[in-house]
Design a protein around this ligand. Structure first.
Ligand code: HEG
Length: 147
């Protein structure tokens, strides 16, 4: 059971109240697909991922980026039980999508970069610490049903 300080809870809530979901989700996913090209293999049905420009303007990538962010909003709403909230999602990524579990951290790193650039000076080291802890729990929860 993860324990959150009042500061960590407030920082996570604050981040998700400030960011533009329609920008952050698509930007983080497209960044992940560009920076770590092997992650593209799961999105073969998404059409043109030929280069960075194609990835950034691909409407399916943008739509899926928003889906991922909605997943994170679920985690924010279930901060005290993220593992349970993500149990089905973990099974899906493991057994159906066969996503290499190491990729969750890569997407998390891209999320951090995009959110840092959106929040600017508000993304202090203390806020980053809270966000990193949140991402660690999200990643561990998505990895939980792997064997
Ligand atoms: Mg995943 C589907 C969330 C990382 C590949 N992902 C989904 C869905 C959600 C989600 C909510 C929709 C599930 C459904 O339809 O029931 N994904 C999610 C989160 C994170 C993550 C919160 C990590 C922060 N996903 C992730 C990574 C990859 C991946 C790293 C691959 C590199 N996800 C993936 C694919 C699908 C989903 C291929 C199905 C997409 C589709 O066919 O539309």
């Amino acid at each position: 059971m993860v324990k959150w300080t009042d500061f960590e809870r407030a920082a996570i809530q604050d981040i998700f109240s400030k960011i533009d979901y329609d920008v952050v989700g698509p930007a983080a996913l497209s960044r992940c697909l560009v920076v770590y090209p092997w992650t593209q293999r799961y999105f073969s049905g998404f059409g043109n991922l030929y280069n960075a420009a194609a990835i950034k303007s691909n409407p399916k990538v943008a739509a899926h980026g928003r889906v991922v962010l909605q997943g994170l909003v679920q985690a924010v709403s279930n901060m005290d039980n993220i593992k349970a909230a993500f149990a089905d999602l973990s099974v899906l990524h493991s057994e159906k999508l066969h996503v290499d579990p190491g990729n969750f951290k890569l997407l998390g790193d891209c999320l951090t970069i995009v959110i840092a650039s959106q929040l600017g000076k508000d993304f202090t080291a203390e806020v980053q610490q809270a966000f990193q802890k949140f991402l660690n729990v999200v990643v561990a929860s998505l990895q939980k049903q792997y064997y």
